[in-house]
Design a protein. Structure first.
Length: 113
């Protein structure tokens, strides 16, 4: 497999994982807003915590970004994922903020029940 093909594969997998985490985070947000605290909320929370640990271990980089760097010299934020550059650049801030809001709502729900 050539370097360009490997980068395309990494970008595809990275984009699918990004999409998966969108579902996780937005389900988490939806569930706490409508006060539907079920096992899926806790599963979602676990997925995000694991993702956070992985990011910490890789100095705030996705491991796929580290691997993709071997196949590209691009300085663009979206060289390793099929996202607009602005979203790739602000991705962690946007989704950490959404998750933080959802977590605050969850804490409120748990304390008020």
């Amino acid at each position: 497999m050539k370097g360009g093909d490997k980068l395309l594969l990494i970008k595809s997998v990275h984009s699918l994982i990004w999409l998966f985490y969108n579902v996780v985070i937005f389900y988490f947000l939806y569930a706490v807003i409508v006060d539907k605290i079920d096992k899926w909320v806790w599963i979602c929370l676990g997925f995000v915590v694991v993702e956070g640990i992985v990011l910490l271990a890789f100095k705030w980089f996705c491991p796929l970004t580290v691997i993709a760097r071997k196949y590209s010299d691009s300085t663009k934020e979206n060289f390793d994922i099929f996202l607009p550059n602005w979203l790739a650049k602000c991705n962690k801030l946007i989704y950490t903020s959404i998750f933080g809001i959802a977590l605050i709502i969850l804490i409120y729900r748990m304390l008020s029940s």
